[in-house]
Design a protein around this ligand. Structure first.
Ligand SMILES: [Zn+2]
Ligand SMILES: [Zn+2]
Length: 153
């Protein structure tokens, strides 16, 4: 299924995309991609912005703008989870994992399951070739579950 992609290859995809769509190849955009590459797990724009600020001067608008570009060329995934902030994660070099989503606060946890992975990856479909997958399980996180209990009693 998902093959390992080097960061050089990832940058090349981004460069090709920027050229093709006549966007400027600014150092800020590559710096943002680099931080995303180094980041494990999910992040939102604010989190990424704060990581950038440690050693790079960008505006929050540039972060949002670059996230849109990276989404468009499919280097990152956006999770629509109904929380306050959209959450992103890189679409390259990530291990296959699934998501537990709290329907109350939008918090996401990841989990992997070898048995699930084997059964999904060995599944054959007529006229369809799967490349990767993720599962979303919805429910309540520990905190929200506890809150619910308190309001009930
Ligand atoms: Zn929650
Ligand atoms: Zn994830």
């Amino acid at each position: 299924m998902k093959e390992e992609v080097s960061f050089e290859a990832v940058k090349e995809i981004f460069t090709d995309y920027l050229k093709e769509h006549k966007h400027r190849k600014t150092p800020e955009r590559y710096a943002i991609l680099e931080r995303i590459n180094a980041f494990e797990g999910h992040f939102n724009a604010e989190v990424l912005y704060n990581i950038m600020l440690k050693d790079y001067r960008v505006s929050l608008a540039t972060v949002y703008n670059t996230l849109e570009l990276l989404l468009d060329c499919k280097l990152i995934i956006k999770h629509q989870l109904g929380g306050q902030f959209a959450q992103y994660e890189k679409a390259f070099g990530n291990n296959t994992h699934n998501h537990l989503i709290c329907t109350s606060c939008g918090k996401v946890k990841e989990f992997t399951d070898k048995q699930l992975r084997i059964s999904i990856q060995s599944r054959k479909f007529a006229h369809f070739y799967s490349t990767h997958y993720t599962l979303y399980l919805y429910g309540l996180c520990h905190k929200c579950k506890a809150k619910l209990k308190n309001t009930e009693s």
